[in-house]
Design a protein around this ligand. Structure first.
Ligand code: MLT
Ligand code: MN
Length: 310
């Protein structure tokens, strides 16, 4: 199974368009590596690809990724992209669908909640409903991904709920403290290939309860929410008013942070993704980068390729 990171940054990207934080300045002047918004692509055969989330930067990501471009000698209209699997309705995870216009056969997988959000907004009909199948995923039910012609893609996903909250743009303060969040508003995926190789994709997660930790224990590969280094980082740095907890994101550092929570879980490869523009791990020479690397983490970047073998 082949995995390619299309975008390693959180919503807004790195640098975010209106951000003048020192980190963003470093990305603009070449002192740090810029990153587009959160998405990976997965393929069992290196030819047919599925997106896990569709970032607003998808058009650029395709242009930077030959494997996702129409092949020489292919039909006049064609794409290696066979479909997309959505983990929530975040702008950074669904807005890119609009790039996948128009009459291209695709399969779109999401929970019924997320599919309902798309159905309620007719702009998503630019993915012509005559060609694009929308397939509801049931939590904890393995689902074989299919090519648009119905044949098996050689990949199976198991969607499961993780702690989080409803997408920012769907928050409803009238629905109480949790802003209308329902179970399954944030999910993660286990992706499996026929040979038994598998990995976990967890781009958003608010905490790591014991059940989730046990699920990930011993995994060969986990992509995990790397949004913030510190819960109040955006407030401290003067670029925002929200904590990570308020945004539904666990932080890397601290007693309940990701580094502590994964210590001893024996995950072979641990990779941070969905990294916010304020996170000092984006800077290659920062003490925070050293600390995550010493704890066995990799910081993903656009174009990172991983081959998983059975
Ligand atoms: C998130 O991951 O919390 C969202 O992408 C936030 C946003 O939409 O800016
Ligand atoms: Mn996000």
């Amino acid at each position: 199974m082949r995995i390619q990171v299309l975008g390693a940054a959180a919503g807004g990207g790195y640098p975010q368009w209106n951000c003048n934080h020192p980190n963003s300045r470093k990305a603009r002047n070449g002192e740090a590596q810029a990153r587009t918004q959160s998405s990976i692509a997965v393929s069992a055969d290196g030819t047919h690809w599925f997106l896990c989330n569709a970032s607003p930067d998808l058009r650029r990501q395709i242009e930077l990724t030959p494997a996702l471009q129409p092949p020489a000698g292919g039909a006049l209209r064609c794409s290696p992209i066979q479909g997309a699997v959505l983990t929530n309705a975040d702008v950074d995870h669904v807005a890119g669908l609009l790039n996948l216009r128009e009459s291209q056969p695709l399969s779109l997988y999401g929970t019924q909640r997320v599919l309902d959000v798309l159905a309620a907004n007719s702009i998503f009909n630019v993915l012509n409903p005559q060609f694009v199948r929308r397939v509801p995923m049931q939590l904890e039910s393995p689902l074989a991904l299919q090519l648009p012609d119905g044949s098996p893609a050689g990949l199976e996903v198991v969607p499961f709920a993780v702690p989080g909250k409803v997408a920012l743009w769907l928050e409803d303060p009238a629905r109480g403290k949790n802003l209308g969040t329902e179970a399954g508003d944030t999910i993660a995926l286990e992706v499996r290939a026929a040979g038994g190789e598998h990995f976990y994709y967890v781009p958003g997660c608010a905490e790591l309860p014991a059940t989730l930790a046990e699920r990930l224990r011993g995994a060969p590969l986990v992509f995990f929410d790397g949004t913030l280094w510190q819960d109040d980082e955006m407030i401290r740095d003067g670029v925002g008013v929200k904590t990570g907890a308020r945004m539904g994101h666990i932080s890397l550092s601290g007693p309940n942070g990701t580094l502590q929570a994964f210590a001893g879980l024996d995950v072979a490869r641990k990779i941070l993704i969905h990294i916010n523009t304020t996170n000092p791990v984006l800077l290659e020479h920062s003490p925070e980068r050293r600390e995550v690397e010493q704890a066995g983490w990799e910081v993903s970047y656009d174009g990172m390729v991983i081959e998983l073998t059975p």
